[in-house]
Design a binder for this molecule. Structure first.
Ligand SMILES: Cc1cc2nc3c(=O)[nH]c(=O)nc-3n(C[C@H](O)[C@H](O)[C@H](O)COP(=O)(O)O)c2cc1C
Length: 369
């Protein structure tokens, strides 16, 4: 067993008691432990695991080894490609990265607040997009010895909400075309930044203007095959999905990902077990933040189902795919959505739950039907 496999197993004995009884201390401890753990994990290179070739899927001319890979935020600084490859993930998604470095959020002596709700299969985070900035991350990505059929994605967000911020973002996106990334995810859904609104849950003029800006200044000027997926929140209203899809397919986006964390605390509360309610109330009151994991499962399922159903009625010129993120934990989640033509899947909370059980063999176990 590797160090991280041991730590993840040991943690399962402590985390329930900590989270149930010590709201502040569990936020403090897990915010720091999570970072230590991730940094160690990225250094672990297990023996490469093989799973069925039949799981390979080709989208936009890019081959993904399986339809499942990490959600953005796990490999923020671009390190972890070898780990993800060895575990047999479908792809490697780095970021979210912003044009300039971001320190992230700090409150009550906690840098990058995070807490798990183990019995509820969920977590809260108020990290605030900490990252070393585009230049550093693209630098790390350039050092990767790329493996065939194991693509690299990079998640981007703007530094802020102004015209100037979008201009900088588009310059960085254009620059990224020169490097070894295969696809881009545009994060327009982070609820944890205080520079204006990135958590779009309405199709208002400002949001459409942002998308239009990226379309005109980047999407339409691309010089090579570099698909761009738009990542929105799982809080995005279902009734606006058709309108959204009309707009973004016309603009030239290549996919939609539902999605990011939720801030709909009243709704989410009902998914948190009684014993973890106190810590949930503490975190959401003191930090706010976005909720991940099991409480998002139904929303991500229905939003992506609705999107694929609508796309079937449309005659779209380009290859356009729907990606599901939120509450993915086992193969059944993926199977249900695959029947609806959802093409790709990302996981974050479920990844760590499965890592605690299966260690580095987690992808193989996931696909062992
Ligand atoms: C600690 C943490 C950090 C995250 N950072 C990012 C990020 O940088 N960019 C992003 O698009 N989503 C980020 N997310 C959201 C996840 O990518 C994912 O959309 C969300 O957790 C729902 O998936 P899950 O239910 O499988 O966890 C983060 C989530 C967590 C828990």
């Amino acid at each position: 067993m590797t160090l991280c496999e041991v730590l993840a197993k040991l943690d399962t004995f402590f985390r329930a008691g900590l989270v149930q009884n010590f709201p502040y201390f569990s936020c403090f401890a897990y915010s720091y432990f999570r970072k230590y753990f991730l940094n160690r994990l990225k250094e672990e290179i297990p023996k490469p695991i093989r799973i069925s070739e039949e799981l390979k899927i080709k989208l936009w001319g890019i081959t993904f080894r399986t339809p499942l890979f990490n959600a953005a935020g796990m490999f923020k600084d671009g390190r972890g490609y070898q780990l993800a490859y060895s575990q047999c993930a479908g792809a490697f998604l780095a970021g979210t990265v912003t044009p300039n470095p971001k320190v992230g959020n700090f409150r009550k002596c906690i840098l990058h607040p995070f807490v798990p709700y183990p019995f509820s299969g969920a977590s809260s985070n108020w990290l605030g997009l900490p990252n070393p900035g585009y230049k550093k991350v693209i630098g790390f990505l350039q050092q990767i010895s790329k493996v065939e059929d194991f693509p690299i994605g990079l998640s981007f967000a703007s530094d802020g909400d102004s015209h100037a911020d979008l201009e900088v973002l588009c310059n960085v996106l254009k620059d990224a075309e020169r490097y070894n990334i295969d696809f881009i995810e545009l994060n327009e859904s982070c609820p944890n930044v205080n520079h204006g609104n990135l958590h779009h849950t309405r199709l208002d003029e400002h949001f459409i203007w942002r998308l239009e800006y990226v379309a005109t200044n980047f999407l339409k000027k691309r010089r090579r095959n570099l698909p761009v997926i738009l990542k929105l929140s799982n809080d995005f209203p279902e009734e606006l999905v058709p309108n959204l899809l009309d707009i973004i397919t016309e603009m030239g986006f290549d996919g939609i990902n539902f999605g990011n964390t939720s801030t709909n605390y009243n709704f989410l509360k009902s998914y948190i077990v009684e014993a973890e309610q106190r810590t949930f109330a503490y975190f959401t009151t003191v930090f706010g933040g976005g909720v991940s994991g099991a409480p998002l499962k139904e929303k991500s399922y229905s939003l992506t189902k609705y999107a694929t159903e609508y796309l079937r009625t449309k005659n779209i010129k380009q290859e356009f795919y729907v990606i599901r993120t939120g509450g993915i934990k086992d193969y059944r989640d993926l199977e249900e959505s695959k029947q609806q033509s959802v093409a790709l899947f990302q996981w974050f909370t479920g990844y760590f739950e499965n890592f605690a059980k299966f260690g580095h063999t987690l992808y193989r176990k996931f696909f062992e039907i």
